[in-house]
Design a binder for this molecule. Structure first.
Ligand code: ARG
Length: 487
């Protein structure tokens, strides 16, 4: 179809065509064609409502309804074959209307009665979010399940825990895994909290002032699956707060994934060797044959920056905009889709990497050293009644003495300890403190790294997951299932 046959929803008072360069900047079909299902669903509901209000005949309504079915099928087929629509129109709203005209004849000319692309575009985007964001929730829950599975199976692996990336205290490997599971659980909850605000239908707000025809907006909203209507027509076409909220959420979720990635990148280095990434989630070097690079995790780590940038850039677009619709708002969809796709891929790569990596428990133990028990030694003194501040000082003195003698805390002879303080107890009592297992077992208070405390966390997370409604994520056409070790 040539450009001159382009169907334009405006232009009666124009005598010239828009310039090619303006069209390039203005046209949004390449992006918003992704909203075709929502646009058609909105149009079906709108036609029904026009009919009920007496502004669309029975015959025209049924021509529109069956025409829209055909338009949907055609678009679906074309997108699945070529991944894009080649129509000359500027956006998906114009494409649907022009194609509808071909099927439904002049009935199509009545569809846009009392509707504006301002309320239409806002409705399409909210609808798309309502159906798509649960897919992110499902991917998050799958990642949490992978973490729970590993944490359950690897409960007895003891690993070094770091603060400032310096050896701190021994911990259960599961405690490390669950530290991320809990953060991601909060991400799921935050995502769910957004859905109520999102689930308000702008349709019927027109361009700015509302709808002059007696339509029932609540019935319209419910028929589309919204919980409620937007309460003010100017707010309806103006607000993109739900998008900002989502982008901020995605950025925070990305930050969680980036920190998890960074930890695993460090643990997979030869210097640590605590984990080995699977072939499926590693890449090689074109020059150095021995290399196994954690590119997937690095991309996830980098993606957090890009998600943060998207959130920031769209917020900048909104800042200082005059009220209601301005074309600046059109960029909402490009950024929304980009962040959504990026985050979904990151969640899947992270889950796949964690699911398929190997954990080297003996290497983890070899990364521990007796200095990491210094805090436990101080606690042993506290149990004998020594004030903690003094105990901390005494262990510091023992560390200094050990360093003078060229030994570690475990190698420091008993008589040296007793010379520092008789409260260190007998040789046997002192020796019993140098056990990784009994070290982690002491941390038995809620949330700690002791076995029961970790099991309690596992139980609470599993209960939470069980209480979640079943997810039916919408698979993307290009999707290949990622390997999952879940039963
Ligand atoms: N493509 C536009 C968008 O998504 C549709 C709304 C156009 N409205 C207008 N007044 N030009 O933002």
């Amino acid at each position: 179809m040539s450009n001159k046959d382009r169907y334009q929803l405006w232009g009666g008072c124009f005598s010239e065509e828009p310039s090619a360069v303006l069209r390039r900047l203005n046209d949004s079909l390449a992006v918003d064609s992704r909203l075709y299902r929502e646009d058609i669903a909105g149009s079906r509901a709108w036609a029904r409502e026009l009919h009920r209000s007496g502004h669309l005949s029975e015959q025209d309504n049924s021509a529109i309804q069956s025409g829209l079915d055909k338009v949907e099928k055609d678009i679906e087929k074309e997108l699945s074959q070529t991944g894009r629509l080649n129509d000359p129109e500027e956006d998906i709203h114009s494409v649907v209307e022009r194609r509808l005209h071909a099927h439904a004849g002049d009935a199509a000319l009545r569809l846009h009665t009392a509707r504006s692309r301002n309320d239409q575009s806002a409705t399409d985007t909210r609808l798309w979010m309502l159906t798509s964001l649960p897919t992110l929730g499902a991917a998050l829950k799958q990642l949490i399940e992978v973490l729970i599975k590993r944490a359950t199976d690897e409960l007895n692996i003891i690993a070094p825990g770091y603060t400032h990336l310096q050896r701190a205290q021994p911990i259960r490997w599961s405690q490390f895994l669950l530290s991320y599971a809990w953060g991601l659980r909060d991400d799921v909850m935050r995502l769910e909290e957004q859905m109520g605000r999102l689930s308000r239908c702008p349709l019927g707000s027109g361009a700015i002032a509302g709808c002059a025809l007696p339509i029932d907006r609540t019935r319209l909203a419910w028929s589309l699956g919204f919980q409620d209507i937007t309460p003010n027509s100017m707010f309806a076409v103006s607000s993109r707060d739900h998008i900002v909220e989502f982008l901020n959420w995605a950025a925070l979720c990305g930050i969680h994934l980036s920190r998890l990635s960074e930890d695993l990148i460090i643990y997979s280095s030869q210097e640590f060797g605590i984990v080995r990434l699977s072939d499926q989630f590693s890449t090689g070097s074109s020059l150095m044959p021995q290399k196994r690079n954690p590119d997937g995790l690095e991309l996830v780590r980098g993606a957090a920056g890009l998600l943060l940038g998207d959130s920031f850039s769209f917020t900048c677009v909104l800042k200082g905009l005059p009220s209601t619709y301005n074309k600046d708002l059109q960029s909402d969809k490009e950024i929304l889709f980009r962040s959504y796709d990026r985050l979904l891929d990151c969640l899947k790569v992270t889950a796949g990497t964690i699911c398929t990596m190997e954990v080297n428990s003996s290497r983890a133990i070899r990364c521990l050293e007796p200095g990491m028990l210094a805090t436990d030694l101080a606690h042993a003194l506290v149990r004998r009644g020594v004030p903690f501040r003094r105990a901390h000082h005494l262990i510091g003195v023992a560390l200094r003495r050990a360093s003078e003698l060229g030994v570690d805390l475990q190698g420091l002879p008993h008589n040296e300890y007793v010379a520092i303080s008789p409260e260190f107890g007998t040789d046997k009592e002192l020796a019993s403190l140098f056990s990784w297992e009994s070290s982690v077992e002491q941390y038995s208070s809620a949330g700690g790294t002791g076995q029961q405390a970790v099991e309690h966390q596992l139980g609470a997370l599993k209960d939470w997951l069980r209480g979640q409604p079943p997810c039916s994520p919408v698979p993307r056409p290009d999707e290949t299932p990622y390997p999952c070790c879940l039963k």
